[in-house]
Design a protein around this ligand. Structure first.
Ligand SMILES: [Zn+2]
Length: 81
């Protein structure tokens, strides 16, 4: 009887662990979807920012006007790895 109880507790905790992992994963995926990286300073920026540029049909987001201006001046410099 005691063994069954232990198995039950174990199963419950594994289930809880799995659920919390799934929730974390979902949250991270949502974050990855809504957060953009400033190609100039590598800062994370929200896509709702007004500092935005389009280069070769690809949109880029910036933390500030200064970064956008740097990028617009020489986009290739910030896109090459
Ligand atoms: Zn920046």
């Amino acid at each position: 009887m005691k063994t069954i109880l232990i198995i039950c507790i174990f199963a419950l905790s594994v289930g809880a662990l799995y659920n919390s992992n799934a929730a974390t994963l979902n949250r991270e995926m949502t974050l990855a979807d809504s957060i953009k990286v400033d190609p100039v300073c590598k800062m994370k920026v929200k896509p709702s920012t007004s500092h935005k540029s389009t280069y070769q049909k690809q949109e880029y987001w910036f933390c500030a006007k200064g970064c956008k201006m740097k990028f617009d001046k020489n986009p290739v410099q910030y896109l090459k790895k």
